[in-house]
Write a protein that binds this ligand. Sequence first.
Ligand code: PEP
Ligand code: MG
Length: 886
Amino acid sequence: HKYVYDFTEGNKDLKDLLGGKGANLAEMTNLGLPVPPGFTITTEACQAYLATGREPDGLAGQIEAHLESLERAMGKRLGDPRDPLLVSVRSGAKFSMPGMMETVLNVGLNDQSVVGLSAQAGGNDRFAWDSYRRLIQMFGKTVCEVPGEEFEHALDDVKRAKGTHNDLDLDADDLRGLVDAYKKIFLKHTGREFPQQPREQLDLAIRAVFESWNAERAVLYRRQERIPADLGTAVNVVTMVFGNLGPDSGTGVAFTRDPASGAQGIYGDYLANAQGEDVVAGIRNTVPLQQLEQLDKTSYDQLLSFMARLEEHYRDLCDIEFTIERGKLWMLQTRVGKRTAAAAFVIAGQLVDEGLIDLDEALHRVNGAQLAQLMFPRFQLDHEFQPVAKGIGASPGAASGKVVFTSARAVELAAEGESVILVRRETNPDDLTGMIAAKGILTSRGGKTSHAAVVARGMGKTCVSGADEIDVNVPAKRFTVAGQTVSEGDVVSIDGTTGKVYLGEVPVMPSEVVQYFEGSLDPEHIDNALVRAVHRIMTHADGKRRLAVRTNADTGADAARARRFGAEGIGLCRTEHMFLGDRRELVERLILARAEGEREAALAALLPLQRADFEEIFREMDGLPVTVRLIDPPLHEFLPPLEQLAVNVAVAQERGEDVAKEEALLAAVRRMHEENPMLGLRGVRLGLVIPGLFAMQVRAIAEAAVTCARAGGTAKPEIMVPLVGAVQELETVRAEAEKIIAEVVGDSGVEVLIGTMIEVPRAALTAGQIAEAAEFFSFGTNDLTQMAWGFSRDDVEGAFFWRYLELGIFGISPFESIDRDGVGRLVRIAAEEGRAARPGLKLGICGEHGGDPDSVHFFHEVGLDYVSCSPFRVPVARLEAGRAVV
Ligand code: PEP
Ligand code: MG
């Protein structure tokens, strides 16, 4: 079995096997770019190691063979005392997991080869000893779990003794002493000397990288990003090149376009005389990449030409890590870069303009989650708010919240429902839980490529990094800025687009993308790259999609907004929402009525109110179908709460008041009380039990439609019966409704369809029968999920879903994204059997899943005619319905 691939043997499509980093190193090698030679140990080797706890047979021999050929190619041997080959050992999974797993640099250094390294570096003792101490530090921490602070403290001690804060002030003797101190720390914690055998160093480092796949923070990150847990990581063994050999060396990170806005140009950070990890960790402040042009024009020009080459080759934004070793440029990594939601749209549009991709591909490269993010509001700034600091807009959005300084405190306050902003000098992978809990992240150090920036962008969380006017004091739980002190619990606002930081809570305003959807920004006439890109891609999605998109709306205002957002009708108008407020009392009277007269009076009072509701909605949706659902919710929502009523009656009796009426009410409420209202008297059952209720609604719908038609409009009502489980229920309602409709509609030309929701499993399983009495089905996937799983939709998510997610029973709540195997199967069966019984049966979905990207793809696959979702989700559903086709 082949476990090891030379960089010349792989390519970018082998990410499953070689991980993202390995596959792209191979790709760059084969493009002829200067990549330090090396090889990749496959994810399969890692999977085997994690399954059995030992390296698979044959791995050691293959590593040996590849190492030998690497040594031949370089003309050096690993750890040779006179001229050592040194390697880095780097993790690299299929999906990028920034900073989550381990890397060890300078493998091959020991007490002898450090001398050889110095000689080869032109007698640069300082460099050699600095490299050696870095190896012991990384190896100790990563491979042998020596607490990292111990090394930090020892380094601080040496700096203090020297009277400096800067690593660069330490000379060779200082670093030689530091190596001794590090070795003692290593011995103290591991009970053994620091290993001097280069090959043993290499093997242990490889094993540590395998094991880092299951490090706690990596597990947490995978869960958050929904990366499967069984992929394993590849391990890259790469010849070391050094960015810390002096001022003509350095290291940097670059993007071929701005990953925040998508703007064309060269973006990146550069740090002279430093090793790679220093940039990513945000430990020292970098300079903008453009300054490299003054420092080393040859390398800069070369880098630009490589970047252009990579972008053309990958046909996408690439990010790059590079090192310059004494004037020679080396490419250490590339990948298709992460980007903000705005940049995703803008870049996709630009690449179409540049002829690199077509519009189908552009549609493929954006998604509904990104579009949803762009619909978030932004800060509304007037002169009252002056920024107190400006950092780098690392991940866009507007976030206000209480300041916290530790991950633990962020988690605590967020659990209490507070919005918090996590403030750190820089973040590291241990801050992940706090970053997840926080509304936003603010750091005083680090660039666009620091840990905080990369991780926040990945999560879609607002982040400002490198706000260096801010002086953070974590132990004292405060920071100072512009002469002011901000303590834990004080409110700040951060703008992840501009990088500005404000004290207090800044009000917010709607996004430009929402303004565009609202029709108040004309994409043809404004100079806004994002709005133009969104417009172009949405137009393409609309042209491609087969699914129609409707909205769930119960008011004229919602209907109007959804229509501006592109809704092609209403898929669910929940009429019970029209019975709240003042009208509740009428409904109460209706439900409790004992005599026919009382009931009729209540219905007569409700009829005109309902008719007016529908008229307004039909007007807003003129010409488009409107599905009105007959009243559904459990009875108790319309009755006074039992306990409170009982107390009131008892108190009134005590006072000797006349309580005959209240007692009657109490008795009625007792009679109707249900232990399990969601499975009780609701939906069609209510319609069958309370005479005249559905009839009144049907009449109101039909009369409103006729009024609209007489006024020159076109109302297209579709009456929907909820919670049907048996065709007989539907037939009963239908017979009564048809009579009323015939009587009201007359020769007005109005057509009214009658259909049902499919939200009880029995309805899905007898869809063939039900279709005989239904002109359409609309899947109520909220109830269908509730009843298929037996999960109370109102209780379980907070109660125990966390455990289910933790155990991987499902990766996401089935109320959020459709459970394809179970609930989805019911949908499939009902769609097939319904259509078999009635060709042309109209099929839609109106549960929350209608606005969920993955679910939209599923509904496309099973052949529904439309999805219906809340107004704000309509653009997301349009986009995803288009993406489902390309
Ligand atoms: C459903 O059950 O999916 C549905 C849309 O109805 P409601 O959410 O009102 O129960
Ligand atoms: Mg329902």
